[in-house]
Design a binder for this molecule. Structure first.
Ligand SMILES: Nc1ncnc2c1ncn2[C@@H]1O[C@H](COP(=O)(O)OP(=O)(O)OP(=O)(O)O)[C@@H](O)[C@H]1O
Length: 517
């Protein structure tokens, strides 16, 4: 969940931001409406805007509409100013939150948005069986290892488990171990005391303490340096952490979920990953099948993103033709759901009228992930490809897969009293801080128009241009560029390092990315 705070919130920015971060949100801030529009147009994006009621909310919402950016806007002001609240709601704000910020109210708004943006759309028996397994283990405090190819929905699954757990009302905190350099990751996880190292100007709590009583997701754990693996193991065993520069251990109560798109057993065998840590984290193993292994999900997920991006871009209803559907079903989805999402986003922008045919479907993965690269699949015969196998085979066997039935949208479990029963409404109207339609269309159109000009160039050459162009388009924001490209941030960083070493001009990280908590 990305929250953008706009304006001064009467001096309560820090308080509101802290509450939101405790609930797992990534918070960024800008002073003005122009700054907010810039952030939403370009790299940073957001899932929710909290705006000071004193700013011109009507003008802001008009600009969003005219640029076809769909995002929920919540106005914030001093509680007693009823007239301002009415004005804000009339201008199009979804809610009015009184200041000083109230933790429960902010949590409720974040949950409502998350409910829309973290739905798992599925109908394939393989995925339904995996979900049932995740639901079974969620209420326990056991550590869970979620494996699966890049972009299969591992983080989504981690959130699902958290929301189905007894910790659902406590923070969900995610750390991407691949995105943070090793020397910063230690302080990110365990925190530091003032003066612990140059630049440590104040005490900072780490993610373990932030996630206290809740769930900590260690994303792309396989990338963690062995020295930190040892410290992590101690934290798990002793249930306490040591902030850098402190000799006073701090007790923590955290449920750990780890993800990896590498075969961690192979990493253990090759000595890159500690076996004891692997067994500590892999008490229960949930392997998400790739899209290729759950073909029945493809039409549903494609339709889901078609609706989402048509709505985000202010376009009318769209539907896929049979030919387009066949094309999607037959594709080898390297970037998995994320690649399918980007494909449907492009299709929405390229198609005219209600029907989306094959001409609007631009499949790019072959250019992005050569065989054998870090992005490529966990082999189907790998132990981690089996959803039901934990270390030592201790995991209860899965129930027989249900028969395919009506398509299901699995909302976050907090919203779901029983199992993953069908949900009436259309999935996910929120959660798409889409770029402006015009910019994205120009982008998509550009890549389509120049295909002839690519002949004669090497794949590596084209890949480099695509990556650097996308990064420039995203004003240097690595996370956003990786999302658009359908590759992991680790792969993007490796590529950028290579281009830098080759003397290419690599855009610096964007301001918003640096500012994002
Ligand atoms: N079943 C699904 N229904 C709807 N959206 C999905 C589904 N699975 C994945 N997504 C979407 O695809 C994108 C990638 O999902 P997510 O980040 O959870 O994958 P991941 O496996 O953690 O990725 P990575 O390997 O890069 O860390 C997200 O935008 C997510 O919302």
């Amino acid at each position: 969940m990305r929250l953008l705070i706009v304006g001064t919130l009467e001096g309560y920015i820090t308080a509101a931001g802290k509450i939101a971060m405790k609930r797992g949100a990534k918070v960024s801030h800008t002073d003005s409406i122009d700054g907010a529009l810039n952030a939403l147009r370009t790299a940073a994006g957001a899932d929710l805007v909290m705006i000071d009621v004193k700013l011109d909310i009507a003008a802001f919402i008009d600009s969003l509409k005219s640029e076809r950016i769909t995002i929920p806007v919540v106005a914030c002001g001093i509680g007693t100013d009823a007239a301002a609240a009415v004005r804000a709601i009339r201008a199009g704000a979804k809610e009015y939150l009184p200041l000083p910020p109230n933790a429960e109210l902010i949590a409720a708004v974040l949950e409502a948005v998350a409910e829309e943006s973290h739905s798992i759309v599925c109908s394939d028996p393989a995925m339904l069986a995996t979900l049932r397994l995740a639901e079974q283990v969620a209420p326990s405090d056991a550590s869970v290892m979620i494996t699966g190819e890049s972009g299969t929905g591992k983080e989504l699954m981690a959130r699902f488990i958290h929301r189905k757990s007894r910790r659902a009302n406590e923070p969900f905190v995610a750390v991407n171990c691949a995105a943070i350099p090793e020397n910063l990751l230690e302080s990110e996880l365990f925190g530091h005391e003032k003066g612990a190292f140059t630049g440590a100007v104040a005490r900072r709590l780490g993610k373990f303490e932030e996630a206290n009583n809740g769930t900590l997701l260690l994303d792309e754990l396989s990338e963690m340096h062995p020295r930190l693996q040892a410290k992590l193991l101690r934290a798990i065993q002793e249930k306490e952490i040591d902030r850098i520069g402190s000799s006073q251990p701090v007790k923590v109560n955290v449920r750990l979920i780890a993800t990896s798109n590498r075969n961690l057993e192979a990493e253990v065998r090759s000595g890159n990953f500690r076996e004891d840590l692997y067994f500590r984290l892999n008490v229960f193993s949930v392997a998400i099948p790739s899209l290729r292994e759950r073909p029945a999900d493809i039409p549903m997920i494609a339709e889901h993103f078609l609706r989402k991006y048509a709505e985000a871009n202010g376009l009318g209803d769209k539907r896929l033709t049979e030919d387009a559907l066949l094309m999607l079903k037959g594709h080898h989805w390297r970037g998995n759901v994320r690649e399918l999402e980007n494909t449907m986003h492009r299709a929405v922008l390229l198609s005219r009228g209600e029907e989306v045919g094959p001409e609007a479907i631009m499949l790019t993965s072959k250019m992005l992930a050569p065989e054998g690269s870090a992005q490529s699949s966990i082999p189907a015969d790998s132990p981690v490809a089996n959803p039901f196998a934990g270390p030592g085979g201790t995991v209860p066997a899965a129930q027989p897969a249900p028969q395919p039935s009506a398509p299901l949208v699995v909302p976050p479990p907090g919203a779901l009293p029983t199992s993953y029963g069908p949900k009436g409404g259309r999935p996910g109207p929120y959660g798409m801080a889409a770029n402006s339609g015009a910019a994205a269309a120009a982008n998509a159109g550009g890549s389509g128009a120049g295909l002839g000009a690519l002949i004669g160039r090497t794949v590596a050459d084209v890949e480099r241009d695509l990556i650097l162009e996308t990064l420039t388009h995203c004003l240097g924001n690595r996370t956003h560029a990786a999302n658009i490209l359908g590759i992991s941030i680790r792969t993007l960083r490796n590529k950028l390092k290579q281009y830098g070493d080759e003397g290419r001009n690599v855009p610096a990280p964007g301001n918003d990315e640096r500012a994002t908590a």
